[in-house]
Design a protein. Structure first.
Length: 162
């Protein structure tokens, strides 16, 4: 499966801060057999983020888009809203599972506004902005993603476990 990574960060986009979470996502995806075909760092701009997610999905560039950043309470954090703007179907179980797992590590996990959804045959998942939280969240959900993506893309037709 092909994956794209979008980092949302005003300071990163301005060149004032290094993106540490995007490389963690790439490492985990590649270790799990995903081909990372696109990475981009954008500002916390709802329209720009939504356009990029829509473009990747509409051009069938990737079956999976993983985002990092923009899921908190800062006035500029808008990744869940940008994701909702472009998805056709919500997938609430993924961020619910990440939050439930993360709550076993820190009670601050309840402050995540991460979302997930489907646009055409692309799954979009928001991750937190910190490399530590990215690693914890993505490593927790990644074992289940392949089957969901196989169902989404038509490679599998049954959700029953073997």
């Amino acid at each position: 499966m092909r994956a794209a990574i979008i980092t949302s960060s005003d300071s990163g986009y301005a060149g004032e801060r290094e993106d540490l979470s995007g490389p963690v996502i790439r490492e985990i995806l590649e270790t799990n057999g995903y081909e990372v075909v696109h990475t981009i760092l954008l500002p916390d701009d709802r329209e720009m983020l939504a356009k990029e997610m829509a473009r990747i999905a509409d051009e069938k560039q990737a079956e999976l888009i993983i985002t990092t950043g923009g899921t908190g309470f800062s006035p500029r954090d808008c990744m869940p809203e940008a994701t909702a703007d472009v998805t056709e179907r919500a997938v609430p179980g993924i961020p619910e599972a990440m939050r439930a797992y993360s709550m076993t590590i820190t009670p601050r996990a309840m402050l995540s506004r991460a979302a997930a959804g489907i646009r055409k045959s692309t799954l979009i998942i928001n991750l937190p902005g910190s490399p530590k939280a990215v690693r914890e969240s993505l490593e927790y959900i990644i074992p289940s993603l392949q089957h969901g993506l196989e169902i989404l893309t038509g490679e599998a037709t049954n959700c029953a476990r073997k």
